[in-house]
Structure formats: C-alpha cells, structure tokens
Design a protein around this ligand. Structure first.
Ligand SMILES: [Zn+2]
Length: 366
C-alpha cells in the first residue's frame, strides 16, 4: 500500500524551535490520514516531544501530553475542532518521562492508561525534580570556577522554554502489562509494552487498520536516542518488532514522521554504540572517557547518526551500557543522575557542531 502523505493542518507558525534552531518541519497538528493526527514539535530536542490523536465515532484517543501546561494547552486548543464531535475518551502515556505526561492534569477528568512499570516510575518523575535541576543550573552559572558556568548554562538552556512550577503531578489512572487490545470510538488499537529500554515501562500504540504506529521514545529521529534503563537488547528487540509490523507511518516520540528506514537508522546507532562501548569496557577504559572517544571517533563521525541533535547523549548511553556490562540495573540515584548530566553538558561543550547550539555557553547567552 502506498504511504499516505502527512500534512500540517494547524501550524503554530513558529519560525524557530524552542532552542533557536531552524525547524526541519512545521510545528503543529499534522493530518496522517484515516482520522489519525500527530502533534509534531521540531526538531525533537529536549522536551520537543510529539503526541498522537486517533479520532473515532463520538470519541477519540490521545497519545501523550507534553512537558508543561502551556505547551499541552496549545496542543489541545489546536485539536479542539476535531474533538467537538469526538471528545477524548482515553489518554495513553507511552512512558514515565515528564515530556510525555506532565500535561496530564489538563485532561485529568479522562481515563488514562500506561504500563504498570511506567506507572511505578512516574512516582519518581515529579516536576520538583526539574525545578531543582533548573535552580542548580542558575546557581552554577554564577560560579566562576572550573567548568561550573558551562554546566550551569547547559542545565538552564534545557529548562528555559518550559514552566515547571505550576504542574500538578498527575500519573495515569490505569495500568496494563504485556500487549493488549483497546477500542475507542470504534477504533481498535494495540498497546505493546516493550520496556525496559528507553525507560522501565516503554509502550507503543499500534493502529493496524491505519498501518500506523505511535512509537513513543523507542524512536528518536534526527535526534540522539537516550537510554535511561536498558538493556539495549530490549531496545533492539522493540525496533525489530516495529520492522515486523504492517506499518507505513511511524510517529516517533521525538523528531519527524518516519517509516521503517528511520527505524533501521536507530538500530544502526544502537548496534554501533553497543559494539564500541563493549570494546572500551573490555579495555577497562572509564565510561566518561569512552563516551568522548566514541563520539569523536572517525568511525562515528562518518555515520549520519553523528549529525543528530544532542550527540552528547552518548555520555548517558555509554554509562548505561557499562552498567549493563557490569550486571547492574535499577534506577540511578539523584546525585548520580545529576553527575551524569554534568558530564553530558561538558561533552556537549567539546562538540562544536552539536545542535542545539544554544546549549553551549560559548555559542549563546541565555
Ligand atoms: Zn521524550
């Protein structure tokens, strides 16, 4: 079947991304055909996450909310004409990262569902954590010692487009495990749990009748994927599962609408990074040094994946691969996570071509 051309039917008109980059595609509501829609946020960097909408008879399904209330409200306002005759009956959250569920309170009167593993993780991802991160960034920016200002700049730049202080933590109300069928307004779809991979409870939403998949953060397109859980084999397994589905249109959690070619590019990234990290681990190279070496290697720089947004996420990815190689699992403590983000910020400053440029102190004032 020929792929349907998606088109933006309600652009926000933004001339720049939230991180001052040139948008690679229009921000706004996209019509995917078959009464399916996606809210697309270029270029898929920090919190620039996509959502989905499946409109049925009299009721609709919403897939994910956004990182804060303002951005979620803008999305819901754009969807409003579609929802007048088919209000949202169910919200699915694809995982427990704030940029996929912190807008939930704006649809709090509606049933919501996620995997049981994601629901448990949501209790550890409260807006207060980003408020503390934002505050730490501001403090570090004032300290003219060592690399504090660089790190503070990177932390602050990430938070600047968002408002975290007015969010009421609203996790999904229902859970499931494995793979289940659901129906909303006569539209049948599958919820497929594939975590732990990006996070502990990742799930994807498959609409077979429209040959469409909403992949959540199992797919970052043109933006570097980040692994907060693993093992990477689960992630690769999820990508293989997508390649086996009858799909033409795939909405990633971050980045533009894609197809199976996009899935293969992400698979290549993880296969390369896993192999390179394993070699460094066998050589007893510390993870931080390994991340720098891999991201700056000629082999990686020759790959199109090296041009993706936020290549410094290699730092987190190598750390989690090392944890996996060492037989460690479970969530990172907050101090460990902050330290990892500090190392990631410094890696971004070592990559002069990395987008978004505004994250680097040498390239922008905030
Ligand atoms: Zn995300």
């Amino acid at each position: 079947m020929a792929k349907k051309a998606a088109k933006c039917i309600a652009p926000t008109g933004a001339k720049r991304t939230r991180f001052r980059e040139t948008p690679a595609y229009q921000e706004g509501l996209w019509d995917l055909g078959d009464q399916l829609y996606a809210w697309m946020v270029p270029n898929g960097s920090w919190g620039e996450s996509n959502s989905g909408l499946v409109v049925g008879q009299e009721h609709s399904l919403l897939i994910d909310t956004l990182w804060d209330l303002r951005h979620t409200q803008t999305m819901l306002d754009a969807m409003d004409p579609l929802l007048r005759n088919a209000p949202i009956e169910l919200l699915v959250n694809t995982h427990a990262d704030g940029d996929h569920f912190w807008g939930n309170e704006l649809v709090a009167n509606i049933d919501s569902i996620t995997s049981a593993a994601a629901r448990a993780e949501m209790d550890h991802h409260k807006p207060g954590s980003m408020l503390a991160f934002e505050k730490l960034g501001r403090v570090l920016m004032q300290i003219p010692l060592g690399h504090a200002q660089k790190v503070g700049h990177w932390f602050s730049a990430m938070c600047l487009p968002y408002t975290f202080n007015e969010i009421t933590h609203t996790p999904a109300s229902q859970t499931f495990s494995g793979t289940i069928w659901k129906e909303v307004g006569g539209r049948r779809f599958q919820l497929i749990e594939v975590g732990p991979a990006h996070t502990t409870g990742d799930l994807m939403v498959y609409v077979p009748e429209a040959r469409t998949l909403f992949a959540g953060d199992i797919l970052f397109i043109g933006s570097t994927p980040v692994m907060w859980a693993g093992p990477v084999e689960n992630w690769l397994h999820a990508l293989d599962l997508i390649l086996d589905l009858q799909v033409d249109t795939i909405i990633p959690g971050h980045g533009p609408i894609t197809d199976k070619d996009g899935v293969r590019e992400v698979k290549t990234y993880w296969e390369f990074v896993r192999g390179a990290a394993r070699k460094c681990h066998e050589d007893a190279m510390p993870a931080k040094k390994a991340a720098h070496k891999i991201v700056l290697s000629d082999e990686f720089r020759a790959m199109p994946q090296s041009g993706w947004d936020s290549p410094e996420r290699m730092m987190t990815n190598v750390h989690f691969l090392y944890r996996q190689f060492n037989g460690q699992s479970g969530p990172l403590s907050i101090p460990h996570k902050i330290n990892l983000m500090r190392k990631q910020a410094l890696l971004a400053h070592a990559l002069p071509d990395a987008a978004p440029a505004v994250m680097r102190q040498s390239d922008a004032s905030l």
